[in-house]
Design a protein around this ligand. Structure first.
Ligand SMILES: [Zn+2]
Length: 266
């Protein structure tokens, strides 16, 4: 019995360009929610081709109610909504999983490779971990590493995929979009599905240890809010340091404590 965990976002779905396309109550959303569903299904099928017989999908965008479960294969289960757990977009992951895949992911706040780049909330101008701009992929790949689970593949914008390869070239990537300022050049939506299935099929055959994301021994986290009122409120979190009116710093050796802090302070 092999189990795959998929964390699915929408801002790195094939072709997506504008915030309207990410918003459930906007007319532009349906097409991209459907494409998100199809990309997740393609990742499921790729893993299934290589012997994974269970998949748990976390819908991890906004309301966490984007994926149409009818579009997923029968061996997949889905978590919809938010559990209030610091694992957030990785809710449901534990050490019993054999691997993880992230679909529809996007680059970090402060990066220009995706018009929809942000980290966890659009209310942060940057989140920096150990001197590096942190994306949701970075946060979540470290959650996987914390649980001893390899990240086999990532789909999303090219800038994010290039970053992933620079951190661990053994994690396969499917760059479906390339950002150009406010514009996006994308591959064909059907071609995205073909590539995701084929690349995930091969990626999950790799040795687990090769695909573990590097987990630092110490974390120094610095983040800047758009609104100083949020900074003031979060400055009361135990152990947090005020850098300036909009920037806070937190240091810890245990990644879960970093996640707990982010859970309350973003
Ligand atoms: Zn999202």
């Amino acid at each position: 019995m092999k189990k795959l965990f998929i964390s699915a976002d929408i801002e790195g779905t094939c072709g997506i360009t504008n915030w309207n396309e990410t918003e459930k109550n906007h007319a532009d959303w349906r097409y991209f929610a459907d494409q998100m569903t199809r990309e997740v299904a393609a990742a499921c099928e790729g893993a299934h081709d290589s012997g994974f017989d269970q998949v748990l999908v976390k819908d991890a965008h906004d309301s966490a109610r984007n994926i149409d479960p009818r579009g997923l294969p029968r061996y997949a289960q889905i978590i919809r909504g938010w559990g209030g757990h610091p694992y957030s977009m990785m809710l449901g992951l534990d050490g019993s999983f054999d691997g993880a895949v992230m679909t529809g992911y996007h680059n970090a706040a402060g990066r220009d490779t995706n018009p929809l780049a942000h980290t966890m909330t659009t209310q942060l101008t940057s989140l920096v971990i150990n001197g590096e701009l942190a994306s949701e992929l970075m946060l979540n790949a470290m959650i996987a590493a914390y649980e001893g689970v390899p990240v086999y593949a990532v789909t999303g914008d090219k800038g994010l995929c290039d970053w992933m390869q620079s951190k661990n070239p053994n994690t396969a990537v499917v760059p479906v979009n390339e950002g150009m300022g406010g514009a996006v050049r994308s591959i064909h939506p059907e071609e995205a599905l073909r590539q995701i299935r084929e690349i995930v099929r091969e990626a999950v055959k790799r040795p687990k240890a090769d695909c573990l994301f590097p987990l630092p021994k110490h974390f120094e986290v610095e983040f800047t809010h758009r609104e100083h009122t949020k900074t003031r409120r979060s400055s009361f979190y135990p152990g947090i340091e005020v850098v300036n009116e909009r920037t806070l710093r937190y240091r810890h050796d245990d990644y879960f404590e970093v996640l707990r802090m982010l859970h309350f302070c973003l």
